[in-house]
Ligand binder design. Structure first.
Ligand code: MLT
Length: 393
């Protein structure tokens, strides 16, 4: 047998696994220190009541002969697909139920979708970016080119007509920078994709953090996007499903064979999301569920404000935090990303994510998340301010 040698072109371990390993080593060597984790974007608030109630009911159904369910449709139950459909309708995006595919989260589908595309496609990825886009393409041996995101373009690169691309990744609100495209900017990407006969893979995992009604939450709010885009979304950050696992992928029928091919792929390789979880996900879209998840999102936004205010006080450049759970900051004293990571962990026991893990342009930057508890965020920022107040830097 021949092994897939493309794996040799990857970093030895996935960014968040490397961070977790370093933190585990530090905590085992320093058991008396209180480490505050603002690294991986993992939620801390529990599932809301609407979700828990629906899941309890579904558990009971599974325990009774007349309501028990075995294998479900691989693409998701219609009750959940229709709930997603109605959610999009609120923003005037009309979808057909069979354009909506329920998944176990955005990360899996973002990787799996590549089954539909040939190896010789050129892939355009912003730098810095969520490492999954790059790694999954490296695994498949595809050529990846980068669009520079930096302070000059507010971390929102726009299309360059001289760059030829077949598959284009966009994440807005962005992980890691928190930057959000407006409608005009996204329209430029849609036009570019159509000119190039390319496809946009749009990651909307952080859409629920957009609080300005004029900013797009879905690429399908942009005219023409159904002809050139697939959208991935997840309930992980929206409704605290990081451990529960549920998301959805929209493959418009305007994309021709791609919709059928994705169904074919999913029915062959995926057994669907558990019934109990899908009932919980359906409840996220109920009136009560929407109200409850908004309260949780506001809690995280409050944390983002606490972090942002501290950085402002310390005179540290940052972006994000307003329409995103991520705050992207410039490392003080010209420190490199991993150097700053070690400094924070060793001196004030705060864990963040090194910007260089998201790409070359992330070197010298650092990401903090607002997904911690309020108490821990306040405590972390107190330590941060003591270490980096202008008098000390
Ligand atoms: C992150 O911290 O970037 C995310 O939690 C990773 C993910 O969603 O897979």
């Amino acid at each position: 047998m021949n092994i897939n040698e493309n794996y040799l072109n990857l970093e030895e371990s996935y960014l968040f696994s490397t961070v977790a390993k370093k933190v585990a080593q530090y905590t085992s060597e320093n058991p008396d220190k209180k480490v505050i984790r603002l690294g991986i974007g993992d939620v801390t608030l529990p599932l809301c009541n609407a979700v828990i109630g629906a899941m309890h009911k579904a558990v009971d159904e599974m325990g009774s002969q007349s309501t028990f369910r075995g294998y479900g449709p691989e693409q998701g139950y219609d009750f959940l697909r229709n709930a997603v459909k109605n959610y999009y309708l609120k923003r005037n995006v009309e979808l057909d139920t069979d354009e909506i595919f329920i998944s176990d989260g955005a990360k899996s589908d973002i990787g799996n979708i590549l089954d539909l595309f040939s190896k010789d496609n050129a892939v355009l990825v912003p730098d810095p970016v969520y490492p999954v886009y790059v790694d999954t393409n490296i695994m498949a041996g595809r050529k990846v080119i980068f669009a520079n995101a930096n302070e000059e373009n507010d971390f929102l690169p726009l299309p360059d007509k001289n760059t030829k691309a077949d598959i284009i990744y966009i994440c807005s609100p962005n992980n890691p920078t928190g930057a959000v495209y407006n409608k005009e900017q996204l329209k430029l990407w849609v036009n570019y994709a159509k000119e190039q006969n390319a496809i946009i893979l749009f990651d909307a995992a952080y859409e629920c953090f957009v609080s300005d009604e004029n900013l797009p939450k879905s690429i399908f709010e942009i005219e023409g996007a159904k002809d050139c885009a697939i959208e991935f979304c997840s309930l992980s950050k929206t409704a605290g499903f990081t451990g529960t696992r549920c998301g959805y992928t929209i493959v418009p029928k305007n994309l021709g064979r791609l919709n059928k091919f994705w169904l074919r792929r999913q029915t062959t390789k995926f057994n669907g999301v558990p019934y109990i979880v899908q009932r919980g996900a359906e409840a996220v879209f109920s009136e009560e569920g929407q109200k409850e998840i908004k309260e949780n999102i506001n809690y995280y936004k409050e944390n983002a404000k606490i972090i942002s205010e501290t950085l402002t006080k310390c005179g540290i450049y940052y972006t994000g935090g307003k329409h995103s759970p991520y705050i992207w900051l410039k490392c003080p004293n010209n420190m490199k990303s991993w150097e700053f990571f070690d400094y924070l962990l060793n001196n004030i026991q705060i864990v963040g994510t090194p910007g260089s893990g998201f790409g070359q342009n992330g070197e010298g930057y650092f990401r903090l998340t607002s997904f911690g508890s309020k108490e821990n965020t306040i405590e972390a920022m107190k330590r941060f301010e003591e270490a980096f107040s202008p008098a000390k830097v």
